[in-house]
Design a protein around this ligand. Structure first.
Ligand code: ADP
Length: 495
């Protein structure tokens, strides 16, 4: 067996005739051969050029063969040393082999003997190099494999989705922490056990079993949703794991906790049916009124017709108000990047809003006033939203206060909170209604009884805005005495 490039041999012998003889024979076999006349010269050459093999005479002046052998072994164990020796020193040659020489050539030797031993030595070197290369490759692969494996496990363990894998007989072989948490299962208990009866959910267990049964090459994923014992909703997708022949090796199930999504979905559909109901009734009323005129049921009486038209207009105004509130609501809903929060002082916003509502208050002879220092500590807020909040509270106070009443707006800082109060001497609310007024479309009984128009959305919008600003909104009220709304926001920066 030969390597691609010619082998390099060094002959170290003080007998020139041996050196020349060996060189000629080996060069005929396509080897590159150098000579050194003693141990020291040989050792120096070994350190300068990469030799595959060194032929070493034992008895040499300056540095003996054993000494060179010793150095070579320490220097590069891949250099194959062959000892050349006379009869007298055969025991030393055996000793040298014990010390690591590959073989020995007793003098005199024939060209064939030389060739055979050198070739055998070179073959041994080639095999040694191959083995070393394979070992290095294996070590490298093993390292990559270990890295890959731990990377994959880290990923699986960090997933928010639950992952469960079973083997062919349906025993759990892998379960990540998310799955354990979702199913409230102990990993130690789960690994190795069968799925039947484990999840406390027959449907999921059946899904996994069915997945193992119905394996085809075109693998199918089975989805389902189920409730856990603690009322959370989980979505599961189970698919079979198949080998190249299409045989099932097991199953893999991904679990996603969709409890929150379900809640939002439910809230959305409740909201949509509420909105459609609220929109439908005024439109139906307008259509009804118009039909009265069209069908001639007013008997052409202009006063009656005018009354019907005025009622239709009022309903249309109500609709417009509702649509505006719905738009406000969707604006208040929009969170995140689109909502810019900046440090701001609420006093200028309150001043502006109070100023804006002065005319409306005057029309009902209501005193509307603001009590606040010129500046207050900043809060972190969105000025559009906060203006909407103050406008809702102040307009409500005016709307639900009878003529000659009073509406007082005040703002101050207390215990790292900016406090805003809107207080009125109006119709107030019953204790029973008080707890419901921040919900969508709720209107208190006394407001309805007095035929004060409204949508029931204003305070729901206020609550969302306040929550977005990490604040609180509360209300105190007494029927026929008045109401006070308190809003607090955390101070962002003292001015
Ligand atoms: P709207 O005023 O359009 O009906 P809101 O959501 O602003 O809707 O208010 C919900 C309900 O709370 C009102 O219908 C009313 O019954 C009651 N309310 C709100 N503010 C006051 C107030 N200042 N005084 C008395 N009742 C109020």
């Amino acid at each position: 067996m030969t390597t691609a490039s010619p082998s390099r041999i060094l002959i170290v012998d003080d007998e020139e005739i041996i050196r020349i003889g060996c060189q000629r024979i080996l060069e005929d076999s396509n080897m590159v051969v150098d000579q050194a006349e003693n141990g020291r010269a040989g050792w120096e050459m070994i350190q300068k050029a990469p030799y595959d093999m060194v032929l070493l005479d034992l008895m040499m002046p300056e540095m003996g063969g054993l000494e060179v052998l010793d150095e070579v072994q320490k220097y590069d164990h891949r250099i194959i040393p062959i000892i050349i020796t006379g009869f007298a020193t055969i025991e030393t040659a055996v000793d040298a082999m014990r010390k690591g020489a590959y073989d020995y050539l007793p003098k005199p030797f024939s060209p064939d003997e030389l060739r055979t031993k050198v070739n055998r030595g070179l073959e041994k070197r080639w095999l040694m190099m191959q083995a070393e290369q394979l070992r290095e490759e294996r070590d490298r692969n093993l390292l990559e494999l270990t890295n890959e494996k731990s990377r994959t496990m880290t990923l699986i363990n960090c997933m928010r989705e639950g992952l469960i894998a079973t083997n062919r007989p349906g025993h759990i072989v892998l379960m990540n922490p998310a799955a354990q948490h979702m199913l409230r299962l102990n990993r130690e208990k789960a690994i190795g056990s069968g799925v039947s009866g484990l999840f406390g959910n027959a449907e999921l267990e059946k899904q996994i079993a069915a997945s193992l049964e119905t394996v085809t090459r075109t693998t199918t994923v089975t989805h389902m949703e189920f409730k856990t014992s603690d009322e959370r909703v989980l979505h599961s997708s189970t698919s079979p794991i198949v080998d190249d022949q299409g045989d099932a090796l097991g199953t893999v199930t991904i679990l996603i906790d969709v409890t929150e999504d379900k809640k939002v979905e439910q809230m959305k559909s409740d909201f949509v049916s509420l909105v459609s109901h609220e929109l439908k009734s005024p439109v139906a009323a307008i259509a009804g009124y118009l039909n009265l005129i069209i069908d001639g049921l007013t008997g052409g009486n202009p006063d009656k017709e005018r009354e019907i038209i005025v009622r239709s207009r009022d309903k249309a105004d109500g609709l417009l108000m509702l649509i505006n509130d719905l738009l406000d609501m969707s604006r208040a809903e929009r969170r995140g990047a689109s909502k810019v929060m900046t440090p701001l002082d609420v006093v200028p916003l309150l001043k502006e809003t109070v100023q804006f509502y002065q005319n409306e208050a005057k029309a009902k002879s209501i005193t509307l006033m603001l009590t606040a220092a010129e500046t207050l500590a900043d809060i972190l807020g969105n000025s559009d939203d906060l203006s909407r909040l103050f406008a809702n509270l102040i307009s409500n106070a005016i709307k639900y206060t009878l003529e000659n009443g009073k509406v007082e707006v005040s703002a101050c800082v207390r215990e790292s909170q900016v406090e805003i109060s809107v207080s009125d001497t109006g119709i107030g609310m019953s204790r029973e209604d008080l707890g419901k007024i921040f919900g969508e479309f709720f209107r208190a009984k006394n407001a309805l009884a007095r035929k004060i128009t409204g949508t029931g959305l204003g305070l729901a919008i206020c609550r969302r805005i306040v929550e977005d600003h990490h604040g609180h909104i509360t209300v105190q009220s007494e029927l026929d005495k008045g109401s006070t709304f308190h809003v607090t926001f955390p101070v962002h920066k003292n001015n």
